[in-house]
Design a binder for this molecule. Structure first.
Ligand code: IPE
Ligand code: IPE
Ligand code: MG
Length: 244
């Protein structure tokens, strides 16, 4: 933990951010929506640096949901190109921060050359241990749970059927999630004023703290991050129990 950490030392181990408001940010400036997405992706490099300085160990961002395919083809194609460009350009800078890049989500539907680049970025940063920087692209919480259920059923069938195995436990199901080693998010921030989860970390968010701000993602800065972390530091987490 660095001297920049929030005063009482209660720093989230896993910080998750729903990057919302790129479109509105662009609209306010009379720019095309894709310019907002570009500004939003640019912001991530700075955020990785700041988050690392706060002593956070896992940083996940929701960049494209399983429902975002419903947007106009031009916007979806533009986003895929921006992901490709951003990954290629920023991997070294992120690696230099000691961050390991990981992707989380369904691998179907993504363009093959983007998938190649994602694999390359993961391999290139695989030995970094200061921070896990998790990009959720084509991620949906329901898709993750369903993929896990189906993988579990297949695994049990391969072992000769359900009867001997007994009921499915949470621990068993969790082993089939996309990133089973990553702890649940402690704090989920959503920018741009919307008060919903939009299918992010559905299972994992069971006891997450939430923080909402009206700031559009491309305008989210150090002060905004510090405000969210200070708010989190004052929360009392009870997990259904009583005040400690
Ligand atoms: C978030 O910004 C990025 C993605 C969902 C890809 P939006 O594109 O949702 O921005 P708004 O909500 O239209 O302002
Ligand atoms: C949530 O934002 C998904 C991401 C930030 C990737 P959306 O803008 O897609 O969510 P809704 O449609 O407002 O719920
Ligand atoms: Mg949005």
């Amino acid at each position: 933990m660095s001297e920049h950490s929030v005063e009482n030392g209660r720093v989230p181990r896993h910080l998750a951010i729903i990057l919302d408001g790129n479109g509105r940010w662009a609209k306010r400036r009379g720019l095309p929506r894709l310019m907002g997405h570009r500004a939003g992706l640019r912001k991530l490099e700075e955020m990785v640096r700041l988050v690392k300085r706060e002593g956070i160990r896992y940083f996940s961002v929701y960049a494209f949901s399983t429902e975002n395919w419903n947007r106009p083809k031009m916007e979806v194609d533009g986003l895929m190109s921006l992901f490709r460009y951003y990954i290629r350009r920023k991997v070294e800078a992120i690696k230099a921060e000691g961050a390991r890049i990981r992707f989380c989500g369904r691998k179907d539907k993504l363009p093959p050359d983007l998938l190649d680049q994602m694999r390359w970025a993961e391999e290139r940063t695989a030995n970094e241990t200061v921070l896990d920087f998790i990009l959720c692209i084509n991620y949906g919480g329901r898709a993750e749970v369903m993929d896990a259920v189906n993988a579990l059923v297949r695994a049990r069938q391969a072992q000769g059927g359900d009867e001997q195995a007994g009921p499915v436990t949470e621990e068993e199901l969790r082993r089939f999630f996309y990133l089973p080693d990553v702890p649940d998010p402690d704090l989920i921030i959503r920018t741009s004023g919307e008060l919903r989860l939009s299918n992010f970390w559905l299972w994992e968010a069971a006891y997450s703290e939430f923080y909402f701000t009206d700031i559009h993602w491309p305008d989210f800065d150090e002060a905004a991050l510090k405000a969210a972390l200070a708010d989190y530091a004052g929360r009392e987490r009870r997990y259904g129990g009583l005040k400690p």
